[in-house]
Structure formats: structure tokens, C-alpha cells
Design a protein around this ligand. Structure first.
Ligand code: SAM
Length: 344
């Protein structure tokens, strides 16, 4: 069943038109966001999927206050995430597919991480004025396990299907040794190694992410050909002679000079003829699209000191400066692109 966000049609009169509707939707979007994120944190959708459908049963199971839970559930019905028959609640297709823990396309970890980032957005006014982010999302800095887990599993939720798609697009038949630079939950290494039986991947990341990577590698039974290297890419000795260095969703965390330094370091670790691939949310040259990257850049302002989304040409230029040849772009989707170069 389609989602029917009927709250807008009830708050805006017809004469005010679609432009006004869009404006109000932007202004009040935080309400839907918070309701959904709280429901996800309560694991409400998994409970409903397991047959817990009445307010009374859910209030006991979660646990939650009956009066408030009823109001929350009815709002979720109004938002088109749940539906209600008599006094029983059911997941809409979208909640059933993405927000039930046992489902293969589960995105709840990513929503949990998004919720951890909520307080960052409160600082946006201060960030705009001062130019400085005050990151409260410590998991990113590897100091808080719950946030760190939601971060790494959340990245895995979002990257899994894409990793399988990219594994089909890229010809990795000659790759034997691959370094996954800041490889997070090892999502890409697992997908690339599963599709290419000669490939061994080394996932380098910080301790909390490496814990998640280990668990993910184990779940996928890829211990034989996906290994972990714990350490920071600023200091660690991650070896050399790699056929492929995969730098996915890393550059947006850093300043221009840091990115240039990282790409140079990574290039050094490639063998001659090896490939460096940057995968990221890249912008058009006027930096106003795609929508996803333009807004992702704002999130990065609240979270990182000097990060932002970069343009396709900025990224290509870093690879060229590092001495890579045959630098090309491969378009992936509305959220990310690949820039690839070969070491002479
Ligand atoms: C946005 S995630 C991307 C994860 C993965 N590459 C992917 O595309 O799914 C960024 C990753 O960079 C890692 N990272 C941040 N600083 C790092 C550092 N100094 N050394 C190694 N990894 C780092 C984070 O822990 C996180 O796993």
C-alpha cells in the first residue's frame, strides 16, 4: 500500500497551492522524522511483525506508556507507516520491508544512527556563524560503542545492495590484493571477494568499526579472504603492492589538504598498474546537485571539522596530482559516483 501523508492536506487549504505545501513540508519535516526515529528505536515495527498488534500488548512488551503509545501509533498511521483495523495495528509494506529486524533489506541501524545525529543538527545555526562543528556523535570518533555500532551497521544497511551492484559493474578479475581504506563494516570487501574468487581484501579501520567488520565477515563466512587491519589511515603501516585500493565514503570526512595527502599515501601503496578507486557522494561543478550530496554536505558541517562533499572535477584532480593516469568517472546512482585511476 502507498504511503498517504495526509497531514499536509489537512493543515493547508487548497487555495494555497503546491508551492506552499512544499514549503510547509520542509518546515515541519522534523516532526515526521522524530516520530519515525523514536518508533524505530523502540523496535516497534519488529514487534508488530511478530504479531504484537494491540496498544496494550505493545505497551507491555516495549515497555511504554499506554496513553502516549496510542497517540504515537495513531500518528504513524496518519503518516502512512502503519495502518489500523479496529484496534489492531499493522505495518505498511514500507515498514515491513525496511524496519523489521529480520528482513534482508533492514535499514533500522541506519535510522538509529540518524537519531544519534539528531542533536548535531540543533547546532547548525552556531556552525553557520562560527564555521566550527562541535561533534557530539562520539561513535564516529570511536569513543562510544552503541553509537559506533549503529554507525557501522547503519553504513552496512545502506551499502549492501549497492556493493553487490558495484561488484558487478567493476571488472576485478586481475585483482588479488585489495586494500579497503576505512572499510567500515567490510561491506564492499565482502561483496567484491564473493564475486571474485581470486581476490583477498584487507579492511583497514579504527577499533570499533573493525569489531563490526569482524562480525560481518564471520556472518558472511568470508574469514578466509577478507582480513582486518586495525589502525588509523593517518599512521598505520598498511603495506604495499596492492592491485586495488578502494576508498569509499572517506574523502567527504576531510579537508582538501587532508584528502590530497590521503590519496597520495594510498597511491604509494599501489603496485604499478594497480587501481585507486574513490567512491563518494560527489557534486556537480556548481555544487547545487545532486540533492543528496548538497544536503549531505550540511550534515558533514555539523559533524566534521573540515569535511564536505566534493565535486567530480575536484576528485579527479586529486588522483591526477597523485600521479595516476587514465582517470575516469563511473556514474553509480543519484547518491554516489566512482572516480578511478591507474598507477603508471
Ligand atoms: C562513512 S564510513 C565508510 C565506510 C565504508 N568505506 C563504506 O563505504 O561503507 C567512514 C569510515 O572511515 C573510518 N575512519 C575514519 N577515520 C579513520 C582513520 N583515521 N583511519 C581509519 N579509518 C577511519 C570510519 O571508522 C568509518 O568506518
Amino acid at each position: 500500500m502507498e504511503m498517504t501523508p495526509n497531514h499536509l492536506t489537512t493543515t493547508v487549504s487548497k487555495e494555497q497551492g503546491p508551492g506552499y505545501l512544499r514549503l510547509m513540508r520542509m518546515a515541519m519535516g522534523f516532526r515526521e522524522s522524530k516520530i519515525l526515529l523514536v518508533a524505530n528505536d523502540l523496535n516497534l515495527f519488529s514487534q508488530i511483525s511478530e504479531g504484537c498488534r494491540s496498544i496494550e500488548a505493545l505497551a507491555l512488551r516495549l515497555p511504554a506508556n499506554i496513553r502516549v503509545l496510542r497517540i504515537l501509533m495513531d500518528a504513524l498511521v496518519a503518516m502512512g507507516i502503519l495502518h489500523k483495523v479496529d484496534n489492531s495495528y499493522y505495518n505498511h509494506e514500507i515498514a515491513d520491508k525496511y524496519l523489521v529486524k529480520s528482513k534482508p533489506e533492514y535499514r533500522g541501524d541506519f535510522l538509529a544512527f540518524t537519531h544519534y545525529c539528531w542533536s548535531q543538527w540543533n547546532d547548525l545555526d552556531a556552525v553557520v556563524k562560527s564555521g566550527r562543528a562541535i561533534s557530539k556523535t562520539h561513535g564516529i570518533n570511536q569513543s562510544e560503542r552503541a553509537v559506533g555500532n549503529a554507525y557501522s551497521w547503519g553504513m552496512d544497511n545502506m551499502a549492501k545492495a549497492k556493493a553487490e551492484r558495484i561488484a558487478k559493474i567493476l571488472d576485478l578479475s586481475g585483482v588479488r590484493r585489495m586494500l579497503d581504506f576505512g572499510g567500515g563494516a567490510a561491506t564492499y570487501s565482502i561483496a567484491f571477494a564473493q564475486r571474485n574468487s581470486q581476490l583477498t581484501a584487507y579492511v583497514m579501520d579504527l577499533p570499533l568499526s573493525i569489531e563490526v567488520a569482524r562480525e560481518n565477515i564471520k556472518r558472511n563466512e568470508m574469514e578466509g579472504r577478507v582480513k582486518v587491519l586495525q589502525g588509523s589511515y593517518w599512521e598505520a603501516d598498511y603495506g604495499n603492492n596492492y592491485d586495488l585500493i578502494w576508498v569509499s565514503q572517506i574523502i567527504h570526512q576531510h579537508s582538501e589538504s587532508e584528502v590530497a595527502h590521503l590519496i597520495g599515501k594510498a597511491t604509494f601503496a599501489l603496485r604499478s598498474g594497480g587501481r585507486l578507486i574513490v567512491h563518494d557522494s560527489l557534486l556537480t561543478e556548481d555544487r547545487t546537485s545532486p540533492y543528496f550530496a548538497a544536503l549531505f554536505s550540511i550534515y558533514l558541517l555539523t559533524l566534521t571539522e573540515k569535511g564536505r562533499c566534493y565535486t567530480v572535477n575536484e576528485t579527479k584532480e586529486w588522483l591526477i596530482q597523485a600521479g595516476l593516469k587514465e582517470v575516469i568517472r563511473i556514474e553509480i546512482d543519484a547518491e554516489s559516483d566512482i572516480i578511478m585511476g591507474v598507477k603508471p
